[in-house]
Design a protein around this ligand. Structure first.
Ligand code: FE2
Ligand code: FE2
Length: 233
């Protein structure tokens, strides 16, 4: 990958909103670390200490913590108020409170891995093509390298659960999972003025383009993938 001297990194001239967006991404990475940590623990309780999918989830949790530090590297170029690392959240459980352990694991795997991580992979691929050479392109590349295996945690657990029991109940939750992922992946709202300019060299896709790409990924990849296991909406 092409390197640039830190002194000439294009980030030195980035507008403040770029750092606002990457600060929010740092928060999302830390949240993801907490969710994968909980998923790894739950999988271990459910399937035993040598479960391979639990091991993948554990790796994903430490990847997400590393992604947060990549965001920090970007934030070092920004306003002082963004340079203090955000606080890592506790383990986070997802889904309605009445789910059994096995069903909570499946819910989390589908919501976070099959849906959110697949969307994130598509967005990062598009960002990577247009990111400015230097810290931004390097960061997008490093995060992208991990996202594919994060989505695979979900497809692996989904395939395993579908082979063991009826998982049709997940279908009822898919629209809300997609909705939550769309909100999470859209990032902080840009003002109307900001949304009219193109910040893709800073790893920020125009909102209309991001929406179209997510829509395409939901209908072209995620829903057909879930459908293979009988999860349909
Ligand atoms: Fe990440
Ligand atoms: Fe991830």
């Amino acid at each position: 990958m092409l390197k640039v001297e830190p002194g000439s990194d294009p980030l030195r001239s980035a507008p403040d909103l770029v750092f606002r967006v990457w600060r929010d991404r740092e928060r999302v990475e830390l949240e993801a670390a907490g969710i994968f940590d909980r998923l790894a623990r739950d999988l271990t309780r459910l399937r035993g200490p040598s479960d391979p999918v639990a091991a993948l989830a554990r790796t994903a949790s430490s990847d997400e913590l590393r992604h947060a530090t990549f965001c920090q590297e970007i934030l070092r170029f920004g306003p002082l108020s963004y340079r203090k690392p955000a606080k890592a959240p506790e383990s986070m459980a997802l889904g309605p409170p009445n789910l059994s352990l096995a069903n909570r694991v499946l819910y989390t795997a589908v919501a976070v891995c099959c849906i959110t991580e697949t969307l994130s992979t598509a967005l990062l691929l598009a960002m990577h093509k247009r990111a400015a050479v230097g810290t931004i392109r390097q960061t997008v590349h490093r995060i992208l390298e991990d996202e594919v295996s994060h989505s695979q945690v979900g497809w692996a657990e989904l395939s395993r659960a579908a082979g063991e029991r009826d998982i049709g109940w997940v279908s009822d939750y898919v629209p809300a999972m997609i909705q939550a992922a769309l909100i999470g992946e859209s990032g902080p709202t840009l003002t109307r003025g900001e949304a009219e300019s193109d910040f893709s060299r800073w790893g920020i896709l125009p909102p209309s383009e991001a929406r179209a790409l997510m829509n395409e990924t939901i209908h072209g990849v995620i829903l057909p993938g879930l459908g293979q296991y009988g999860v349909e909406i």
